[in-house]
Design a protein around this ligand. Structure first.
Ligand SMILES: [Zn+2]
Length: 212
């Protein structure tokens, strides 16, 4: 009886699951008070959105488990950048992320710079990390433009009490929810008050982790 039930239980449609995840992801983005219409994903949301179960549901049923493991362990932000862009369907998504797994293209290499060799428009002009060779595939000719703009939403820093200088990654959206219009200008800088999103400073994040 159990086998009978299993035989006729309908597996979720990856296309429908993909659209549901995309909608949930877009609903989790927070507008930056500093940068006009740009948005960012609060850091803890990455682990909430990218689970083995969710990744499995949005990819074709025959996707190898090693690709799903790679996404969850090393490429969650890469995966979310592709999902929010919505320019790769589930089959393309599995193919692209499978290639990333083979090349070792993971979150640690994000954000990627604009490269003329993406989609093999031209030969590589400068030497880059071997893992970035994955972007030579022609599939990236269609999805790279959105990808390059969208990747900054997932690179917002978490500020800690004992670090005073931050080297921000190119294009990252600052997790600021409000800024004062009153500015003080100095010789080399402009100073103003701003509020950091509650999940992007260390007073809150460790408490969240402890309470879970
Ligand atoms: Zn190249």
């Amino acid at each position: 009886m159990e086998q009978f039930m299993r035989l006729f239980r309908r597996r979720p449609d990856p296309n429908i699951e993909f659209q549901a995840l995309r909608k949930k992801l877009r609903g989790s983005l927070v507008p930056s008070g500093l940068e006009g219409s740009r948005k960012f994903l609060p850091a803890p949301e990455v682990a909430t959105l990218v689970t083995t179960e969710t990744v499995r549901s949005v990819l074709p049923h025959d996707t190898p488990p090693k690709i799903i493991d790679f996404i969850c362990s090393h490429a969650a932000k890469l995966f979310l950048t592709l999902v929010v862009g919505g320019e790769a369907d589930p089959a393309q998504l599995a193919s692209v992320l499978g290639a990333c797994q083979k090349h070792g293209m993971a979150d640690t290499l994000l954000p990627i710079e604009q490269m003329a060799c993406i989609g093999r428009f031209t030969e590589c002009h400068s030497k880059h990390d071997d893992a970035l060779n994955v972007f030579h595939d022609e599939v990236w000719a269609d999805i790279s433009f959105r990808f390059h703009d969208d990747q900054g939403m997932f690179q917002s820093p978490v500020f800690t009490r004992d670090q005073f200088i931050y080297e921000l990654k190119e294009g990252c959206v600052l997790p600021i929810t409000w800024r004062s219009r009153h500015e003080n200008d100095g010789h080399f800088s402009t100073v103003y008050e701003a509020l950091i999103h509650r999940l992007h400073h260390d007073e809150h994040v460790p408490q969240q982790v402890r309470s879970e």
